[in-house]
Design a binder for this molecule. Structure first.
Ligand SMILES: [Zn+2]
Length: 219
């Protein structure tokens, strides 16, 4: 098995380096920026297997792997998913064996090829009841459903909702980018960066037309 694991790790490493989409923030002009909902609608979609050329069938069942082998494959798969901006992010502590089962179980899913916003590996297969997916009692959808049920109980004001959205986004960014997370700071969620009219930051997208408006009398 060890030889097979080595070969698989090599192929995953190649797929990680071979990112074929201009997803990286710095490669795009800020003027092309679009909100997350719009990107979810308009961005291209690809099946993971075909995008990374790593087939689900190549991932050994977890009971064939030692803890150490499983750890190396899991690490490699997570780095690969990060490179493709389709990150495997968990909100709670989950044993590595269960994490691996969850990735393997739902590996060939449709990914959104996003440039501006973070994309997340779907943890539960569509149509699987909460708590019955490969994550079992660690099911994250169940966690979110309970979290949002609590939000509703709280009867949040729009300001509080925004503050909570900021908190969740910052938490994701810190997990994903570590020390570099501030490069991806979600200014649009932070009231500190609202403009003088109280509108959320648009990352400079509307700036050009503002300048034109101010200068009209010069012409
Ligand atoms: Zn689940």
């Amino acid at each position: 098995m060890e030889r097979y694991v080595e070969q698989l790790l090599g192929d995953i490493a190649c797929a990680t380096e071979d990112v074929d989409v201009p997803y990286a923030f710095q490669e795009c002009s800020i003027h092309d920026w679009i909100p997350d909902e719009e990107e979810n609608r308009s961005a291209p979609r690809r099946m993971l297997e075909e995008w990374r050329r790593i087939r689900q069938a190549r991932l050994p069942p977890d009971d064939r792997l030692t803890d150490e082998q499983l750890h190396r494959i899991l690490d490699a798969l997570k780095s690969m998913l990060d490179a493709y901006n389709w990150s495997f992010v968990l909100q709670i502590q989950v044993p590595e064996r269960v994490q691996y089962q969850a990735i393997r179980d739902n590996f060939n899913q449709e990914a959104v090829v996003k440039q501006w916003h973070m994309g997340f590996f779907k943890l539960c297969r569509p149509g699987t009841p909460h708590g019955k997916c490969a994550l079992r009692k660690f099911c994250q959808c169940k966690f979110y459903a309970e979290l949002f049920a609590n939000f509703e109980d709280d009867d949040l004001t729009p300001e509080e909702e925004r503050a909570r959205a900021l908190e969740i986004e910052v938490d994701h960014l810190q997990k994903k980018y570590g020390r570099d997370w501030k490069k991806y700071y979600p200014y649009h969620l932070d009231p500190e960066y609202d403009d003088e009219n109280g509108n959320p930051s648009d990352y400079g997208v509307g700036k050009e037309s503002d300048v034109d408006d101010d200068d009209w009398w010069k012409h």
